[in-house]
Design a protein around this ligand. Structure first.
Ligand code: SF4
Length: 187
């Protein structure tokens, strides 16, 4: 089976305060996080020891990036989903870290297992600092943002889920960069 696909990045921008007011629902999403095996076991996941909203409010604006991944072919088992997501996560996370360096701010990555240490070996388990703070960024979900609502209201298309064991028509990764720059060029 081949795992080829096309991608398209969509961007939008809005004030940080507006994004927090309209899309943050920490009380709801923390319940889902608590059900995840990574809760409290990986540094990029909750619970966080700092005031996350105070961190975000250091920045006036948010650039959001939605990457639509369209697999070629039909009836691709959902168990293969990381063949599509992983290379795109690596691409976008690097791009956003480069933008952090260029513009300042703080990048947010796609949710899911951390890409930078083998599964189940996070240094948080030993109460030691993250081994790769230069690479790792938390997800918007982990800060309590509703990405289903973000996709449909800000990008105009819904997130699709698999309900038949196959990868849906497209996958969507939503990442972002909180910043204090007037104009950002996303290329
Ligand atoms: S890079 Fe390693 S130590 Fe840091 S959060 Fe990821 S798994 Fe944990």
């Amino acid at each position: 089976m081949t795992f080829t696909y096309s991608t398209e990045d969509f961007t939008t921008s809005l004030p940080t305060e507006e994004y927090i007011r309209r899309f943050c629902n920490s009380e709801c999403f923390i319940k889902y996080c608590k059900e995840c095996r990574n809760y409290g076991k990986v540094w990029v996941c909750p619970p966080f020891t700092h005031d996350t909203m105070a961190e975000l409010r250091q920045y006036s604006r948010l650039l959001l990036v939605a990457t639509k991944i369209i697999p070629y072919g039909k009836e691709i088992p959902f168990s293969e989903v990381n063949r599509f997501i992983r290379p795109e996560r690596l691409r976008i996370e690097k791009k956003l870290r480069d933008m952090e360096k260029q513009y300042g701010g703080r990048a947010f990555a796609y949710a899911g297992s951390c890409l930078y240490c083998p599964e189940g070996t996070c240094s948080r388990l030993d109460n030691q600092p993250c081994r790769h703070p230069d690479l790792v960024r938390s997800s918007l979900e982990s800060y309590g943002f509703d990405l289903g609502k973000t996709a449909s209201e800000l990008f105009g298309f819904p997130l699709l889920w698999s309900n038949d064991g196959y990868i849906p028509e497209y996958l969507t990764l939503i990442c972002g960069l909180f910043h204090n720059t007037e104009i950002i060029h996303y290329k």
